[in-house]
Design a protein around this ligand. Structure first.
Ligand code: BYC
Length: 292
């Protein structure tokens, strides 16, 4: 009897929850929410937080090697911002009833993921420019959409993060500008970095929509407002003219303006590589294994 009553209560609460989503109202921490909505958010927000923290490592490594005092100060500020983003997001995850220890434990035991992009090495100073221009550029494309996510604390964290992220993208572009308009050696360094970062950046958006197990439910719950493929396409459309201005070549022979779609056609990322990187067999892991 008690079970039936609680099932009926859940049914009513589910209608209330769906109606709130329909009206585009935010779900707040003390609101009733389906268990799977809560789990889905804990997974995504904590993985997002881990990406911010892990993302500090390759850039932090370059602070001592930045080529000028100005570049050093800017990079330090950026790395510090990423730490702040991680902390907002861990706090947002905690409002869902998980603890900092639980989410960190999931990271350390390999249960939780972090963005594939941070398993690629930053070999030269130009790579740090690419991280700002391309990686932050891709991240912001996703995060602008997440400002309208249905969970209040995640949405509000995104509003703050996006303000800082646009500075990150611009500092990266400025840094790449210096190299692209510098000596032939500097330009070659920028081109080499673009060649290595282009495809991993496109993979940051996640698998294609037909291979994305979480997307359909995320869109239904308005956690995601746009799909992985839509965001990837928008990123390509935006970035091509930036590369043209720099006089750099995007390493994709299939990249071509499609008049009918009013969008660029582009090649297929190496999804086998993506699967390997996410499974912990990325270039950085290989380097580490070779060193052991
Ligand atoms: N890397 O069903 P899907 C930054 C996983 S940091 C690794 O499409 P979803 C920055 C995915 O988790 C900001 N794994 O998933 C910091 C799922 O596995 P699980 C980074 C990936 O969640 C410092 C499976 O593949 N931004 O900007 O609907 C310096 C199937 O995927 C990846 C965020 O974290 C990947 N790239 O969509 C500089 C944004 N892609 O969890 C810069 C927040 C997918 O089922 N996250 N997987 O085991 C999201 O928006 C979404 O989670 C994703 C994936 C679009 C990434």
């Amino acid at each position: 009897m008690t079970l039936i009553i609680s099932q009926m209560e859940n049914l009513n609460m589910e209608e209330w929850f769906d109606a709130k989503l329909q009206k585009n109202e935010m779900i707040e921490p003390k609101d009733w929410m389906p268990d799977n909505y809560r789990k889905h958010l804990i997974r995504q927000i904590s993985q997002h937080a881990h990406s911010e923290i892990i993302g500090m490592l390759p850039e932090g490594n370059w602070i001592t090697r930045a080529p000028s005092l100005r570049a050093k100060i800017v990079l330090m500020a950026k790395v510090q911002d990423e730490g702040g983003h991680g902390l907002y997001l861990y706090t947002a995850a905690e409002t869902l009833g998980t603890s900092r220890e639980e989410v960190l434990d999931a990271l350390h035991t390999g249960k939780a993921k972090y963005s594939s992009i941070f398993n690629y090495p930053t070999l030269t100073w130009a790579d740090i420019g690419m991280v700002g221009w391309l990686v932050d550029g891709a991240a912001i494309m996703n995060q602008v959409m997440l400002q309208r996510t249905s969970y209040g604390p995640y949405s509000r964290a995104m509003v703050r993060i996006c303000k800082e992220e646009s500075f990150h993208q611009r500092q990266g572009y400025e840094s790449v500008c210096h190299l692209a308009f510098g000596t032939p050696e500097q330009k070659a360094m920028a081109q080499d970095a673009l060649n290595r970062w282009w495809w991993p950046t496109l993979m940051m958006f996640g698998p294609t929509d037909d291979k994305s197990p979480n997307s359909a439910q995320a869109i239904k719950w308005k956690i995601k407002r746009e799909s992985n493929d839509q965001l990837r396409q928008r990123f390509v459309n935006q970035t091509v003219s930036q590369a043209e201005y720099l006089g750099l070549t995007i390493p994709d022979p299939d990249l071509k303006w499609n008049e009918e779609r009013q969008a660029y056609d582009f090649g297929t990322p190496n999804w086998d590589e993506f699967a390997a990187v996410v499974a912990g067999n990325g270039p950085c892991n290989k380097e580490r294994l070779q060193l052991v």
